[in-house]
Design a protein around this ligand. Structure first.
Ligand code: BV8
Ligand code: ZN
Length: 249
């Protein structure tokens, strides 16, 4: 089937979806200048996950881990949503029953105007206190110090980035909401993920089990391509706008 025929069929499947789920990974933010994890030149090439994205690493080297997250937070802050993020936000306005489940922590879906966003792995703009749990959104309150401490009263606990590290559980409410939505949706768009991180990667599999139409956008095949009805090979920023019907039929 020709690419434009696949695009047309995928666009029709999206336009007619009753319950539409969008599952995203780092690839949707690549064209915004935010590096992915597992590609050549990706984040894990220079920084090993176990050295920076685990609680043990944080306890061992809090200063370096904070440096790394502040570096990534600045990248995310300076980045702009790209046409793929805006296309996803547009889909939300065209579908009452809609959800974005993102593995990304860069806040770009929200900055593009998406409201119904489940942050599976947290959000790099937020931090919380290891001692009392007090949460701080750093777009409102900047935390000072190489290893910031809790600003609440005289708590003085150590603050950490509000992201899910390897070996940590995802927020059970967020996970349950995304699994439930996936099990009931009739169309799931999978954008820019290698599909290797669990339990997040289970989400499109649950949609598939419910006979949802799976549409994947990625320049390369992923671990999820085997379950895709449509594999649209290419960049999210180029393909996603073609899939959003301006005025549904
Ligand atoms: C947990 C936040 C329970 C932090 C992240 C062995 C087997 C199976 C599982 C495991 C295992 N060993 C350990 C595990 C569990 C582990 C896991 O899945 N590991 C994997 C790597 C094997 N999972 C966990 O630890 C999870 N917790 O299991 O808890 C538990 C509890 C206690 C003890 C044991 C178990 C927690 C996982 C969450 C980790 N946190 N991020 C941070 O960001 O610093 S994960 C990290 O990977 C990011 O969130 C990222 O989003 C996520 C997934 O990566 P992708 O988004 O897919 O990005 P990637 O670079 O891989 O791929 C990019 C894709 O984009 C590519 O396909 C590329 O082709 C494509 N692309 C490129 N350009 C474009 C594009 N696409 C479109 N357009 C473009 N222009
Ligand atoms: Zn505290």
């Amino acid at each position: 089937m020709l690419m434009q025929d696949k695009i047309q069929e995928a666009r029709d499947a999206i336009a007619s979806a009753e319950k539409l789920l969008v599952f995203t990974g780092a690839g949707i933010s690549k064209e915004s200048g935010v590096p992915t994890f597992r590609e050549a030149g990706g984040l894990w090439e220079k920084f090993k996950a176990e050295d920076f994205a685990t609680l043990e690493a944080f306890k061992r080297r809090p200063k370096e881990v904070w440096e790394w997250y502040r570096f990534r937070r600045n990248l995310a802050r300076k980045a702009e949503p790209n046409p793929a993020h805006y296309a996803v936000a547009k889909l939300e306005t065209l579908h009452d029953d809609f959800m974005v489940a993102t593995q990304n922590i860069d806040n770009l879906h929200q900055r593009a105007g998406a409201k119904k966003v489940l942050e599976l792995h947290g959000n790099i703009m937020r931090s919380y206190c290891l001692k009392c749990g007090h949460k701080v959104d750093e777009s409102e309150h900047k935390l000072e110090g190489e290893v910031p401490t809790c600003p609440k009263g005289d708590c003085g606990g150590v603050m950490r980035p509000d992201v899910v590290w390897f070996g940590e559980f995802l927020d059970p409410k967020v996970l349950e909401q995304s699994f439930k939505f996936a099990a009931e949706c009739d169309c799931c768009i999978v954008i820019g993920t290698s599909g290797v991180v669990y339990p997040a990667a289970q989400i499109p599999v649950l949609a598939r089990r419910n006979d949802a139409c799976i549409i994947e956008i990625n320049p390369e095949p992923s671990a999820l391509t085997r379950i895709a009805d449509y594999f649209l090979k290419g960049k999210a920023g180029e393909i996603m706008p073609m899939l959003v019907e301006e005025n549904p039929g």
